[in-house]
Design a protein around this ligand. Sequence first.
Ligand code: F3S
Length: 777
Amino acid sequence: AIPKTLAQSDIASRTPPYQHLIKNLKSVRRVLGTRRQLTVAEKILYSHLHNIEESLLSNTQNGNQIRGNATLKLKPDRVAMQDASAQMALLQFMSCGLPSTAVPTSIHCDHMIVGERGADVDLPASITGNKEVFDFLESAAKKYGIEFWPPGAGIIHQTVLENYAVPGLMMLGTDSHTPNAGGLGAIAIGVGGADAVDAMVDAPWELKAPRILGVKLEGQLSGWTAPKDVIMKLAGLLTVRGGTGFIIEYFGPGVETISCTGMATICNMGAEVGATTSIFPYTKSMREYLKSTHRSRVARHADGICDPNAVSHLLSADPGAEYDEVITIDLSTLEPHINGPFTPDLSTPLSQFKDAVKVNEWPESFGAGLIGSCTNSSYQDMTRAEHLVKQASAAGLKPKADFFITPGSEQIRATLAAGETLETFSSAGGTVLANACGPCIGQWKRTDGVSKGETNAIFSSYNRNFKGRNDGNLSTMNFLASPEIVTAMSYAGSTTFNPLTDTLPTPSGTPFQFSPPSGIDLPKGGFAQGNPEFAPTPGVPDSSHPVIISPTSDRLAVLEPFAPFPTGELQGLRVLYKVKGQCTTDTISAAGPWLKYKGHLPNISANTLIGAVNAETGETNVAYDHFDSGEPPKSAIPQLAEKWKGQGKEWMVVAESNYGEGSAREHAALQPRYLGGRVIVAKSFARIHETNLKKQGIVPLVFENEGDYEEIDAGDVVSTVGLYDMLKNGGKGDVSLRVDKRGGGEKIIKIRHTISPDQAGFILAGSALNLMAKKLG
Ligand code: F3S
């Protein structure tokens, strides 16, 4: 759908302002001293600072310890939003009253499309079922000059990679896998809608300067091992928390050997270890990918600022740049990995997986193999999978597991169709789903008879495998692997099959063994155009265009501003729930069928914390009203919160480590706030979620002593001590909690926080949006 040659205006909007960035980089060097060697992530990030000197010297000793300390105020070049999160982001943007977005912005309709029987049937049904939402998004896009990619055009991260990601760009995306664009040398950060609104209204966006984790790649991939295995191995080493507060920057000789799309896969899944983002330096494969996606002129601009000897060189690290930590991975000896179930950091080398299945008593058969998605639907991925399917078909084999293929975009779908790759998959019995998220985000209508609660396994080339993520069944074990491994294993339908060593029986009686897959990085002659119906609307504002929201809608509701913080300490906060163990954004605000209500805060709030385990009883989504006389009545968590909201009683939640891990879903902050939540106290928070809480006026507090988690329970009543003064002092000052135990007695709990002066302002105003609306006047 994209013209072979981009229009001049598109080239301008899709090329970072290189001359401005280089000028800024020179200023950065002046502030830091010319001997300071910078990594590529630092160069791109710092050259996007709003006020270079103020940011780099804030909270640092003369700019000496920027990483982990300085508060960066950044001006991103671009914003991208997916359809589920765009609803709330737009509702927030609209309340600011501006005529257009300050930076180029795009909307991608991908999350609301159900995968079931194939693109031809599923897409029209999903468009009809979500018409109201798509009409709202398109109408708002036209009014405010946002490029609108309609349902079927593709998954946000693939479309961004093909059209907007460029070396040196800094962008925000309202989806946690936005770092996918780091495969094209961009700093791309997943945020909540309120953060995206900062960039859309031209307000500086704040970020604690990340530390830099260097991953040195040596050697070269070969055989069955794919780029996916780099991040699968890294996830095992780092765990889901290990990247928190870091940008992962790849370097070393192995970098030049990986395809651009392979690098995007690696960066995409940096989200699984909690990293702020991931990035590769500008490489030859990036240049080739830009050309193949009809952006030769953009590539020439990048080449033009690419002299590694120039002090202004933006797109690679300075020689001798230092990393806070370094992990080395030898690509030549790296094995394929399988990660899961239920967490992406449970990483098992393929050669040990058979034993792991036996030891852990995981199911020995699996029902579905799913390849593609935003993570793994590149031309290289799909042609490697095609090579395996052709081998198996020639031997007379069909997949034993149901086999689903999700192309990431119309461009990749059309290219694969032109080369008959999709035909190869379909003829083998595969189902080609729409160019959309589908089963990756719980939009999967399984038709293989697996019932809810039934233990079973699936294999996917996706990026995330939390419980219930794909089919809403908490007992479905999703094992993540490269598309090649998923494809080959689908022919066995067995979790103990090792395609590198094992054979399959064939109709002819001759045992069949796969040869290692081979594929093609990029299509000869570039990517196909695709269906012009999937082209985006132009990003030109039309103030006369009405925004369509029905006042009787149960899917869209105009946002009402939250009340400001009281003028004093919080008193009488009831502890609604004490969460045990992992609490992801899926736990706090489930996806799947709930995606329907993303634009209607009161309705979606009925799913708040429904996946959370009660620390006292071990039950899921069962809360007790200890303030009701007699036996505490049981109810679902959102029902109790709603009841207390009706009584005018504010509440808080107690949680363990990495609260809010997983995604940028701001509903996980908006919903508790809407229902009367004021404070979350946890052992630690995931970065994006912690920011989202502050932006919506909820105070995230961290136990100074993790053991104090044991000292506070559901039904206790809490008052803050020092919180109000701390907020008034821009985040400075000690805070503690006074806990009146439900059984009698009192405890004082010391807490920490990461509230910056700006964030203190958000909380006092009731939300970041309240503050912004006041400033914009
Ligand atoms: Fe879509 Fe996110 Fe999956 S963008 S394909 S749901 S990882």
